[in-house]
Design a protein around this ligand. Structure first.
Ligand SMILES: NC(=O)c1ccc[n+]([C@@H]2O[C@H](COP(=O)([O-])OP(=O)(O)OC[C@H]3O[C@@H](n4cnc5c(N)ncnc54)[C@H](OP(=O)(O)O)[C@@H]3O)[C@@H](O)[C@H]2O)c1
Length: 382
């Protein structure tokens, strides 16, 4: 039995993780659950899974939960609550699926407490990949990928060193605006929030869905891959694959390519991260190739989607620049969702903030957090 702490239990990844735990009651026990605001769903999950501790952002909501649950479950709140859960003595692994940067400190706390971490929140490795991987090595814990692309690469590599790799190939669905004829660049300013939120193959949280439409999501994943697999950015490639069946590939030095495939369902990479190194039997994901018909691939369009080159530059320069890219993008997505900027202005805003930033090489955690705050303030300027 593996004891799992789940941070972000009420979100898209969080609810899929709860499904995986429901599928494998003899193998996984949710010992800690943390949510942002959704008190009703957190309560329901707590009643079903009886974790030792839970946490919610707002202390007033935590009090409501305490009053409702009595003494059966320890209830925490705020950032301190996330740290308590991340270091819960009974936890074996902490899955971090909080949107934004709030997962970074809990991830480091979990590592320092000797817990393996399963990372869905890509911000953690984008901002502080060097620090997180160094700390994980120092404390002898695993950093497991939850993102379907990185899980795929992890499975394809199967322990082979990066010296045997020619390149990692991340697949991208291309998002809802992949078709150049239907969506020429000059029409990008007219793209509405509602249209950008319609993803062709995945149902996900709001922020990541917009990031999939701009391809910033793939850009963040390139940086994430660079750290997770300890490989230079030049050897991290992207290929557009609209069916989202090939989740990513590894091309080895001899020219052989290994890919991992399945119909898209986040339960699969989540389950693998939580049961690794074992593979647990599950009927949830079924793949029928005859039904899928064909798998197609194309070059990403870096002219209509500048996010890829911006992320490549941030990853190559390193230091505080990836944190700046990430923070400026969060501000830009928020501004787009609130109809303050157009879809086309999202990468422009990120590029402007990156240009103005003075990069700190090999930053400390404080310097990364300072760069994140600086970028948020800079990107918020008109
Ligand atoms: N969705 C996917 O398929 C997918 C795939 C790969 C990677 N990811 C990554 O996984 C992360 C989560 O994505 P998502 O799509 O699951 O997002 P989401 O649906 O928006 O869920 C976010 C979760 O984080 C919680 N949360 C937010 N701020 C919090 C805080 N300060 N303390 C505690 N909990 C907090 C939310 O709680 P409330 O809802 O209660 O407010 C919710 O449970 C993102 O970094 C994303 O890039 C997602």
């Amino acid at each position: 039995m593996k004891n799992v702490v789940l941070l972000g239990s009420t979100g898209s990844i969080g609810t899929s993780t709860v499904k995986v735990a429901d599928d494998l009651p003899d193998q996984l026990h949710l010992v800690g659950l943390a949510a942002g605001n959704n008190v009703e769903l957190l309560l329901e999950q707590t009643r079903n899974h009886k974790p030792a501790a839970i946490s919610i952002t707002d202390p007033a909501k935590a009090q409501v939960l305490r009053d409702t649950l009595g003494f059966t479950t320890q209830v925490y709140s705020g950032d301190e609550g996330l740290l308590k859960l991340a270091t819960l003595p009974e936890a074996d692994i902490v899955l971090i699926a909080i949107v934004g940067t709030a997962g970074l400190q809990p991830a480091l706390a979990a590592i320092r407490a000797g817990k393996d971490i399963a990372v869905a929140s890509k911000e953690i490795l984008v901002m502080a990949g060097e620090t997180v991987m160094r700390e994980a090595e120092k404390h002898g814990v695993k950093v497991l990928a939850v993102d379907s692309e990185h899980s795929a690469i992890f499975q394809c590599l199967d322990g082979k060193p990066t010296s045997s790799v020619r390149q990692l190939l991340l697949t991208a669905s291309g998002g809802p605006f992949r078709d150049r004829a239907a969506w020429p660049r000059e029409n990008f300013s007219e793209i509405t929030v509602e249209r950008a939120l319609k993803h062709p193959s995945w149902v996900m949280g709001r922020k990541i869905t917009i990031d999939s439409a701009t391809l910033f999501n793939k850009g963040l994943e390139m940086i994430e891959a660079r750290w997770l697999f300890d490989i230079e950015m030049e050897r991290v490639g992207v290929v557009v694959h609209p069916q989202s069946v090939v989740h990513s590939m590894v091309e080895f030095v001899d020219g052989s390519i290994i890919a991992q495939l399945s119909t898209p369902d986040m339960c699969l990479p989540i389950q693998y991260a939580l049961t690794y190194p074992a593979r647990a039997a599950s009927e949830r994901v079924q793949t029928n190739f005859a039904k899928i018909g064909s798998l197609t691939f194309e070059e990403p369009d870096t002219e209509r989607f500048p996010a890829l080159n911006l992320a490549r530059r941030a990853g190559e320069v390193g230091g505080t620049l990836p944190a700046v890219l990430n923070a400026a993008n969060e501000v830009a997505v928020e501004a787009f969702c609130n109809r303050r900027i157009t879809f086309a202005q999202i990468p422009e805003l990120v590029a402007r903030t990156m240009k103005r930033h003075e990069v700190v090489a090999h930053p400390t955690l404080d310097q990364i957090i300072a760069a994140d705050l600086w970028a948020r303030s800079d990107a918020s300027q008109p």
